[in-house]
Design a protein around this ligand. Structure first.
Ligand code: FMN
Length: 147
C-alpha cells in the first residue's frame, strides 16, 4: 500500500525533431531515466506518443508525483504541457509498469477513443479520464500479448 496515492494525467506537444532516429533516441532516453527514477520514487504509469503529442499517467505518493511532474514540465523535449487530472485514488492502474510506453497508430486511437482515424489522434480532445482509460486498456492488451 502506498500512503497518499495520487494519479496525475497530462498531455503535451512533442518538440523532438520528427526524424525517426532522433525520436527513437529521445524516447529511449526518457524511458531509461523514467524507469530508474520512478522505481526509486514509487511511481508507476504509462506514456503514449502519437502524431506529435505525448500523453502520460503518473501514479504514486503525492510528493514524488509532484516533484516528477515539476521536472517533466521543464523538459525542452516537449511543450504546452496541459494538466488534465491530479486526484487521490484508492489503487494503482499500472502496478507493474515503472513506465509503460505505447506508440499508438491512428487506427488504434480511433478504435479506443472513437475518434475518426482520418482526423488523426489528438489527445487535447480527450479528458483526463479518457486518456487514463486509453492508456490502461492499451497496457492491458500489451500485458496479455506477452503473457
Ligand atoms: C514526455 C516525457 C515524459 C517523462 N517522464 C518521466 C518520468 O515518468 N519520470 C522521470 O523521472 N522523468 C521523466 N521525464 C524526464 C524528465 O523530464 C527529466 O529529464 C528527468 O526526470 C531528470 O532526471 P534526473 O534529475 O535524474 O536527471 C520525462 C520527459 C518527457 C519529455
Amino acid at each position: 500500500m502506498t500512503a497518499n496515492l495520487h494519479r496525475l494525467v497530462y498531455y503535451s506537444r512533442n518538440h523532438v525533431s520528427a526524424d525517426a532516429a532522433s525520436f527513437k533516441a529521445a524516447v529511449d532516453d526518457i524511458l531509461a531515466k523514467s524507469r530508474i527514477n520512478n522505481a526509486r520514487d514509487d511511481i508507476t504509469g504509462a506514456l503514449l506518443f502519437n502524431s506529435g503529442c505525448f500523453a502520460q499517467v503518473l501514479e504514486g505518493p503525492l510528493e514524488t508525483v509532484e516533484a516528477t511532474f515539476e521536472r517533466i514540465q521543464q523538459d525542452e523535449r516537449h511543450g504546452e504541457v496541459s494538466l488534465l487530472a491530479f486526484d487521490p485514488v484508492p489503487h494503482r492502474s499500472f502496478p507493474d509498469w515503472a513506465m509503460g510506453f505505447i506508440g499508438l497508430s491512428d487506427a488504434d486511437a480511433a478504435r479506443f477513443s472513437g475518434i475518426a482515424a482520418s482526423s488523426g489522434f489528438d489527445p487535447s480532445r480527450l479528458s483526463g479520464q479518457e486518456i487514463h482509460r486509453l492508456l490502461r486498456d492499451l497496457t492491458l492488451e500489451e500485458e496479455q500479448a506477452h503473457a
